[in-house]
Design a protein around this ligand. Structure first.
Ligand code: PGA
Length: 252
């Protein structure tokens, strides 16, 4: 059984000083050591100070994006995987915000996944369908296509993390039904087993979309849900730590 994982995606929230105090509050209020993996993903500008304040704690750090070039190209304003690798072990890629507002294609996301892996950073690959795709019964088709295209050519990879985040559930307060997510995750594991180099049973499948203290247990008690990606509820230390504590109880 893969080790459970709780990821906090702070998106474009916090200033440098509020990011550091949020990280410190989370660190101080977590029951240590947590029986699962915990990753915080602050905005780029706060990565280094948060890295410093989390040193020596069991909490890992992730970035929210990278640019897939090794520095050979002139890319003013971008951050490469090699630059991140000094402070981060993880990076969120393919988030629906980036697919929607920055028109990131499956191929472009694939190049980011490959860049992350070549710098020894584990991608947390987000996939998910829109409401209209869901209503037309295309959920499995859409997310399988995303998965196959985004993981193309990854070779032998040990730490595969996929976050299934239906777009209609993100930031809406309307989470998906845990039993429906379980069926989707079981299907995703089958798709993963057909991709060369992936050990599907060891892949960590996360659910994201309006996860909070009231519903986290119902997701994590499903067999194929190995963790959650938390947006809004990760911006407050108390709620995020409660989520981690509840998840630890299920995992133990
Ligand atoms: P939410 O965000 O928990 O606020 O719905 C999840 C995400 O976008 O990763």
């Amino acid at each position: 059984m893969p080790k459970s994982l709780i990821v906090g995606n702070w998106k474009m929230n916090t200033t440098v000083s509020s990011a550091v105090s949020l990280a410190e509050n989370i660190r101080n209020n977590l029951t240590e050591p947590p029986l699962l993996d915990v990753i915080l993903c602050p905005p780029f500008i706060s990565l280094v100070p948060v890295y410093q304040s989390l040193k020596g704690s069991p909490i890992s750090l992730g970035a929210q994006n990278l640019y897939p070039s090794d520095g050979g190209l002139s890319c003013t304003g971008e951050i490469s995987a090699a630059m991140l690798s000094q402070v981060c072990k993880f990076v969120i890629l393919g988030h629906s915000d980036r697919r929607m507002y920055f028109s990131e294609s499956n191929d472009f996301i694939n190049s980011k996944v490959l860049a992350a892996l070549s710098a020894n950073i584990s991608p947390i690959l987000c996939i998910g369908e829109s409401l209209s795709e869901r209503n037309s019964g295309r959920t499995n088709e859409i997310i399988s296509a995303q998965l196959k295209a985004n993981l193309n050519g990854i070779g032998q990879s040990s730490d595969i993390i996929i976050a299934y985040e239906p777009l209609w559930a993100i930031g809406t307060g309307r989470s998906a039904k845990p039993s429906a997510v379980q069926r989707i995750m079981a299907g995703l594991r089958n798709v993963l087993s057909e991709i060369p180099g992936i050990q599907a049973k060891h892949a960590r499948l996360l659910y994201g979309g309006s996860v909070d203290v009231s519903n986290v247990e119902s997701f994590l008690s499903q067999q194929d849900i190995n963790g959650v990606l938390v947006g809004g509820a990760s911006l407050e230390a108390t709620s995020f730590c409660q989520i981690v504590d509840l998840a630890s109880k299920i995992g133990s």
